[in-house]
Design a protein around this ligand. Structure first.
Ligand code: XUL
Length: 526
């Protein structure tokens, strides 16, 4: 039986997952996962991060990820995963988080002894024992300082693809330098979560790829190199602590003997540069051509796609990342996604059945009723204080309120994504809320575009495995199209296709203007 096996690893906020794929049969061979809170309770994390009295401070211990890697490999071996046949490994990780390594790190990584666990050998390589992660929002001051040096919001966007954001790595590094200058001085290398995990696999400090580099406020989004002015504004001597930036198809080394001896990987196993979970997920959903967009309906909602041109969001609400395909990946992240729907359901004492029934018996356009659902402060549009606002909507009309929240979420997504210059041909929907087709019908009608409902829970790990397959083929001199790599996998994941209803689409087209003016009124008032 001919097989071509590739392994994808994803170090997310709450777990480390593996997915093993065969690109000949286009199938997932097996999946395995380590849950940080449940499986490694000694690190005392809650949902993968450390509880802090200051809710703005969100850190995780990187040693937890180190130990999780050993545990994951043990579980793969126990399950009988054919690790000796894996040709290449691709890594994915939560974006923006930073790991601070001291001068002993390089040697410790190089000389890993297969007889001892990773955790024992790597516990002293950190110049800061905890890593700030993407949920940290304690760096407003540093954002302001770096933004000013880059010439304000527009300057920051033009330079790095995004306005300065609290969770982005540059502001985090600046805060570390300001609050702990000695530990900063002791830092020889700064890694992202993805490059840190890759460094362990290859036993040396790994480069950062253009995709994850775009989430740092430190990379020149056009030239794809470190941005000198931003580095200067962030911390002294920063260039010497950062690894090189490389394209996300780059093979960065072969696997360290630690993994061949201990877990049976082949010494020939190639390791691809790691990338962020969002760029990986773009590949895991098969969004490799312009016009294909992803709508991830989780706790927060994200909307992203693939475009050729470097189109920036001059309002600074969205981000532009480099895609693994070499094109660009615009992304919007809405805080009030599923969490807002849950809050509304809770308010009206409705279960999901009741909520979906309300969508069924109310008409598209909701007779012009609009609800702005800021149960939590919102990222897009920027709303700093939580608060609801109803326009032509009676708060006691439960059913109309249910329809209004979904219509507002979709109209907002459409309105704020205009800068992306993407006319969607298909919307690929994932995430917990996407199992509800009446919600996807509203998305389809608002965007006047078919929505494909996908069943995939580990799109980032799958994307990492597919990236490994693509990078390996390139390395072997074979030019494989992204379409050829992804299509066989993605077609198996499609559960349903939801087409737009013409009349509803016309109603929403007209409603867009009213929705925009309601948002403006709210922001003017608040
Ligand atoms: C994107 C972001 C999150 C993390 C989650 O900018 O902050 O999607 O990557 O892991």
């Amino acid at each position: 039986m001919v097989e071509n096996l590739f392994l994808g690893l994803d170090c997310s906020t709450q777990s480390l997952s593996a997915i093993l794929i065969d690109t000949v049969s286009k199938s997932v061979i097996l999946e395995e996962s380590v849950n940080f809170e449940r499986d490694l309770p000694q690190y005392k994390t809650h949902k993968g991060f450390l509880q802090n009295a200051d809710p703005l401070l969100v850190h995780s211990p990187p040693l937890l990820w180190v130990e999780a890697l050993d545990l994951l490999c043990q579980r793969l071996v126990k399950k009988g995963a054919p690790l000796s046949k894996v040709k290449a490994i691709g890594g994915s990780a939560q974006q923006h988080g930073s790991v601070y390594l001291n001068a002993t790190a390089e040697k410790s990584l190089q000389t890993l002894d297969p007889k001892k666990p990773l955790q024992e050998q790597l516990k002293n390589i950190f110049s800061q024992k905890t890593a700030p992660i993407w949920m940290d929002s304690s760096t407003s001051k540093e954002c302001e300082e770096i933004r000013r040096a880059l010439g304000g919001v527009k300057g920051a966007i033009k330079a790095t693809g995004s306005n300065t954001f609290e969770r982005f790595t540059g502001p985090q590094i600046r805060k570390f330098y300001k609050t702990n200058p000695n530990a900063y001085e002791d830092t020889a290398h700064i890694a992202l979560v993805s490059s840190f995990m890759t460094s362990i696999l290859i036993g040396k400090i790994a480069p950062i790829d253009f995709g994850d580099g775009s989430g740092m406020n430190l990379m020149d989004i056009q030239k794809k190199s470190w941005h000198a002015v931003s580095l200067e504004a962030t911390a002294p001597d920063l260039a010497s602590k950062l690894p090189p930036l490389v394209a996300s198809s780059t093979i960065v080394g072969t696997i360290h003997p630690y993994f061949t001896v201990r877990y049976g990987f082949s010494p020939k196993t190639q390791v691809l540069v790691g990338s962020g979970d969002n760029p990986n997920s773009l590949i895991g959903l098969g969004l490799v051509e312009e016009g294909m967009v992803g709508l991830s309906l989780g706790t927060s909602f994200t909307y992203f796609g693939s475009v050729r041109g470097c189109h920036l969001d001059s309002k600074g609400e969205g981000h532009l990342f480099v895609s693994p395909t070499g094109d660009y990946m615009p992304l919007l992240c809405f805080h009030n996604g599923a969490l807002a729907i849950e809050a509304l359901r809770h308010h009206y004492h409705l279960d999901w059945e009741g909520f979906l029934y309300a969508l069924k018996v109310t008409p598209p356009g909701n007779h012009g009723a609009i609800l702005l659902p800021y149960f939590e402060p919102e990222i897009v549009p920027l709303v700093k204080e939580r608060g609801l606002r109803r326009f032509d909507l009676d708060p006691t009309d439960v059913k109309a309120n249910c329809r209004a929240i979904i219509e507002a979420q979709m109209l907002s997504t459409k309105l704020h994504s205009l800068w992306m210059h993407i006319k969607p041909t298909f919307i690929y929907a994932t995430g917990g809320v996407s199992i509800h087709t009446p919600i996807l019908q509203i998305a389809s009608d608002v965007f006047n575009c078919p929505v494909l409902q996908l069943s995939v829970s580990k799109s980032s790990a799958l994307g990492a495995a597919l990236r490994a397959a693509h990078g390996y083929a390139l390395h072997e001199g074979e030019e494989l199209s992204w379409q050829a790599i992804t299509s066989g996998f993605i077609s198996k994941l499609i559960q349903a296709r939801i087409d737009p209803h013409k009349e509803a689409a016309t109603i929403y087209e007209k409603m867009q203007e009213k929705y925009a003016s309601c948002e403006q009124t709210y922001r003017g008032d608040s």
